[in-house]
Design a protein around this ligand. Structure first.
Ligand SMILES: [Fe+2]
Length: 388
């Protein structure tokens, strides 16, 4: 993240002696990315975060992914999945490749342990619910339509106040603000669809002054472990830097609209290795007097397109319900379904809210979702009257 934040008590310089009122040294921790080259933060703990009492196996459930072969368009009713639990255990993977894995989760339980994803950044889209994302950086309140960004290596717990539906992206690297939305100094550009004030940082709480046995579950590029650590991970008295969890509400996104149809890439919101995040937010339609508000037909030649339908009326899609996920595969033609173009004419506004991700490598399909698939979806464009 490119906004500097500081909270709590800090020494005047980094890497110098910093003592508690009783005289003990605080334990400085650097949380950095891309080695020591990219964004980082410095945190000061009551006690060293390194005091590991035990390392035990932790098996994240293995999910088998199968190729989308023969390549075709797919649709899943993820709202019909029955699984629930805490924010890690409740995840039901849908699709994935080496760059990104996408899951849904119905979070009904607080986490009784801490979680650290060291494989890459996470982006949690909150479709319903509210609660707190707790981390060593503080408490980050969340509500419906928030994107919750969690940088790799963050030790956190998600504590729902009400049942929380998530659409989860686990990246293999950094999820960032697209370069095109920044000026040469890193400030958000005037044409960006958001502004620094729209981003909410965690609020540091009083440090948790506890020793004992704390359960931290770690995942790191296919390797997993349960660490038992002696010091509470949230014992931070101060931190500063550019690397921390944040929240951004999709309701704050200011869509770019135009005289004629804007392509999905104009609705981009985040970047990630091998993937672009796109947000179809409520917006005015094109204002040319003969504009066709529905999108044109296309075969996304070099990416697999995923759309998670969060809320609103999904004008161009037939048979879609809230929490539906579609995959429009590279090379497979898609577009408005029969009648959707005519129905769109004269419309001036859409209230759709849909979270989309274009993946540049072929997505594989998780076996976990075969029970909620709309298997005939690839045929949903037939019955179109011929143009005469
Ligand atoms: Fe598309």
């Amino acid at each position: 993240m490119a906004f500097y934040v500081r909270q709590g008590r800090l020494p005047e310089k980094r890497h110098v002696q910093f003592r508690a009122p009783g005289g003990a040294l605080y334990a400085e921790e650097l949380m950095s990315t891309k080695g020591f080259e990219s964004v980082y933060s410095l945190a000061y703990h009551l006690r060293p975060p390194t005091a590991t009492l035990d390392v035990q196996p932790w098996e994240r459930p293995m999910v088998r992914f199968l190729p989308n072969d023969p390549v075709r368009n797919r649709h899943w009713f993820t709202g019909r999945l029955q699984k629930s639990g805490d924010a890690v255990e409740a995840r039901v993977p849908l699709v994935g490749n080496d760059d990104i894995v996408l899951s849904t989760a119905l979070v009904t339980e607080p986490m009784t342990y801490f979680f650290r994803n060291a494989s890459g950044d996470e982006m949690l889209f909150v479709q319903h619910g509210d609660g707190v994302l707790e981390s060593s950086f503080g408490a980050l309140e969340y509500r419906a339509h928030d994107y919750l960004y969690v940088p790799m290596g963050t030790t956190y717990r998600l504590q729902p106040r009400t049942p929380t539906t998530l659409f989860v992206a686990e990246s293999s690297g950094q999820i960032t603000i697209p370069r095109k939305f920044r000026n040469e100094f890193g400030q958000l550009a005037e044409h960006a669809p958001y502004y620094e004030r729209d981003f909410r940082a965690p609020v540091l709480q009083d440090p948790v002054d506890e020793v004992g046995e704390f359960d931290v579950r770690i995942t790191a590029k296919g390797r997993h472990a349960k660490y038992v650590v002696a010091n509470h991970p949230f014992d931070v008295v101060g931190w500063d830097g550019y690397c921390y969890p944040w929240a951004f509400s999709a309701d704050e996104y200011a869509p770019i609209t135009g005289k004629l149809h804007q392509p999905p890439s104009s609705h981009q919101i985040w970047d990630a290795p091998g993937a672009a995040f796109i947000l179809f937010a409520p917006r005015m339609f094109d204002y040319h007097p003969l504009a066709v508000p529905a999108p044109y037909n296309h075969s996304s030649v070099d990416c697999d397109e995923i759309i998670y339908y969060a809320s609103g009326n999904f004008m161009s899609r037939r048979g879609i319900e809230e929490k539906s996920v579609t995959l429009h595969a590279a090379g497979a033609p898609h577009g408005p379904q029969p009648g959707a173009v005519e129905a769109s004419l004269g419309k001036t506004y859409t209230d759709e809210l849909a979270v989309a991700i274009d993946a540049y490598g072929p997505l594989r399909i998780a076996e976990t979702v075969s029970g909620v698939e709309d298997v005939a979806y690839f045929r949903s464009w037939v019955a179109q009257a011929a143009v005469r």
